[in-house]
Design a protein around this ligand. Structure first.
Ligand code: R5P
Length: 296
């Protein structure tokens, strides 16, 4: 079969270029523009008939990106694409994984249904799996989650001589403990209480003076930044060193990055969502998985 065509949507061009090169595929183009009324125009510049294609789109700011993504998949199907994969380095709509109050929409399931109807496979990086154990609980297509922990651990080993890792909440334990093992660093996990979307309280339980160690707070995602802000304040109370705030996915809603920087933190993320803090490249982890799934 001919090479897979990797096609970026939105701001995923750089990642797609690296991904297509490392997986032995070719890069394609989806022409898009916005009509005056806000609707999206789409056109595949490549002949996708009979081809395996992978759309690459990091799904932060999801409500703007989802309609064009689904239209693109439908169009590729109509044009005769043989297989259509989705590489979403950041996968949205994983947060609402239960009906906490009567009448609530469990959007994680509905979004998974939409994607499963439109695509043949999915690859993402560290999705927010909390009540679901794996993507297969909600996705009906082959769906793989790649883990960035080895890259985070490796970055710490190369850049920080005496790290001390901190997980801001119990959910972060799965990432922090793995990164700590790889980096050969001690770690602790704090207790967080979420009172609202932007209201979190974290207790400093388990913290002790860090001496010359650099505190590195690690989470899967920084959204409003409130979790990290609380954790940075705690780290600052136990250390004289500038804390590092590290996450796989840096959403940084409403200038949360600037707030964290003003609080004295140094920010480090992967490029699942491209930022000026994206010092860790995940293309090398995605490429072999993409090559394998698109060849199935
Ligand atoms: C929650 O369990 C996640 O792991 C993150 O801690 C959370 O999503 C961060 O959200 P925010 O930046 O809005 O506090």
């Amino acid at each position: 079969m001919s090479e897979t065509i990797y096609i970026p949507l939105g701001d995923s061009a750089e990642l797609t270029e690296s991904l297509s090169r490392q997986s032995g595929g070719v890069q394609g183009t989806l022409e898009t523009r916005t009509f005056p009324d806000g609707e999206t125009y789409l056109r595949f510049a490549d002949d996708v008939a009979g081809r395996s294609i992978a759309l690459v789109s990091s799904l932060s700011d999801p409500n703007a990106k989802i309609p064009p993504l689904l239209f693109a998949a439908q169009t590729a199907r109509e044009l005769g694409a043989q297989k259509i994969g989705l590489i979403a380095p950041y996968l949205c709509y994983m947060r609402q994984d239960a009906r906490f109050k009567p009448g609530e929409s469990v959007t994680s399931r509905h979004f998974a249904d939409l994607i499963s109807q439109s695509f043949d496979w999915l690859i993402t990086v560290d999705p927010h799996l909390h009540r679901y154990k794996s993507l297969s609980e909600i996705y009906a297509i082959p769906a793989r989650a790649i883990h960035a922990a080895p890259l985070l651990g490796d970055w710490i080993k190369r850049h920080i001589s005496q790290p001390y890792l901190i997980g801001p909440d119990e959910e972060s334990r799965q990432w922090v403990s793995q990164v700590a093992r790889i980096a050969g660093a001690p770690c602790t996990v704090l207790g967080k209480q979420r009172l609202g979307d932007t209201d979190v309280r974290i207790a400093p339980d388990g913290m002790k003076p860090l001496g010359a160690a650099t505190p590195i707070i690690i989470d899967d995602v920084i959204s409003s930044g409130r979790t990290m802000l609380e954790a940075v304040r705690i780290a600052a109370a136990f250390s004289e060193r500038k804390p590092i705030v590290m996450a796989v996915h840096g959403i940084f809603a409403r200038d949360a990055d600037l707030v964290l920087e003003r609080e004295g933190a140094r920010l480090v993320t992967t490029n699942t969502i491209l930022q000026r803090y994206s010092q860790i490249d995940i293309a090398g982890l995605l490429a072999p998985e993409a090559a394998e799934l698109s060849a199935l």
